[in-house]
Write a protein that binds this ligand. Structure first.
Ligand code: R5P
Length: 292
């Protein structure tokens, strides 16, 4: 049975159309309306097929979430039997514990709100740290794709004599696979986070890096402090200026400047989130998952 792709947020639909084209799927038009009072209207003018994939860019998710809920619910109401959410970046997963007394564990709340509306979620490198799988908090089937091999191949093709470096233990899962695909070695550093924009990185033994190009690989570049601190730590120890690679280009205000000022040679990201630093294409992975 074929699947139709539509745009799940009321923004630009170019990326949803690209996914439909690359998956060989039909594109299902969605009309969005903003009422004068600020509320959102959504309409699917054509017939709704049995299987639908909703593409949603969910970085900076809060204003996008309610329109997405309206569309997902409407699709079922209009006859969809199986709804797939394609969210290349799945937000809120970093809030996976009560870090301070009284804090909400919003990863669970977000998952509980989304789960009844979708049968399947396709995403790339979700931040699974304390959760081992999406199914721990989502009631829908989780299809977890990884950009790690694509990052490794990109590194092998574009960086001279690379050594891959994960800035913290969570990054091991990406850096290890990327290094295997680049046919090179890797190391994982230690990070301490004290606040949103306050991290320190312990750079230990660096013999492995002599004469090589450090390539930092992390899942998310948000404030940029994790990468920037690592860049500064390596440069202070006389290493070559590092290449920084992130799967998800969240880039909070000032993150790009911070990385440039820290001394990164180059910053490259995958296109799970549209950003000028995108250089690694993962839409092929998403399209393959939809075709499968
Ligand atoms: C942490 O758990 C993640 O893997 C990233 O290291 C983190 O999200 C990066 O955030 P920031 O750019 O704000 O340091």
């Amino acid at each position: 049975m074929t699947i139709a792709v539509c745009n799940g947020t009321h923004g630009d639909d170019a990326r949803a159309r690209t996914l439909a084209r690359r998956a060989g799927a039909a594109y299902l038009e969605v009309e969005w309306h903003r009422f004068p009072d600020g509320e959102t209207g959504v309409r699917v003018p054509g017939p709704v097929p049995a299987r639908v994939a909703v593409f949603a860019d969910l970085d900076r998710p809060d204003p996008k979430f309610l329109p997405l809920v309206f569309l997902l619910d409407a699709l079922r109401d209009l006859g969809a039997e199986h709804v797939t959410l394609v969210a290349p970046y799945l937000p809120y997963l970093r809030q996976d514990a009560r870090f301070r007394d009284g804090e909400a564990i919003t990863s669970r709340t977000f998952a509980a709100a989304l789960s009844p509306l979708v049968d399947r979620i396709v995403t790339v490198d979700p931040h699974l740290h304390r959760y081992r799988s999406l199914e721990e908090i989502y009631a829908a089937e989780g299809v977890v794709l990884s950009a790690a091999e694509t990052i490794g191949r990109w590194t092998g093709a574009h960086v001279d004599s690379p050594v891959l470096i994960g800035p913290d233990t969570e990054s091991r899962q990406w850096v290890e696979r990327a290094a295997a695909a680049a046919d090179t070695s890797f190391m994982v550093l230690e990070k301490k986070r004290r606040g949103d924009r306050d991290v320190s990185i312990r750079v230990g033994e660096l013999d492995m890096l002599a004469g090589r190009t450090p390539v930092l690989v992390d899942d998310i570049i948000s404030s940029g402090h994790t990468m920037a601190e690592t860049v500064r730590g390596l440069l202070a120890r006389g290493m070559k200026s590092p290449v920084c690679i992130g799967v998800h280009a969240v880039f909070a205000d000032g993150a790009g400047r911070l990385l440039a000022d820290a001394g990164a040679a180059r910053v490259v990201t995958s296109n799970t989130i549209a950003h000028p630093s995108n250089g690694i294409d993962v839409f092929g992975l998403l399209a393959d998952a939809l075709r499968a």
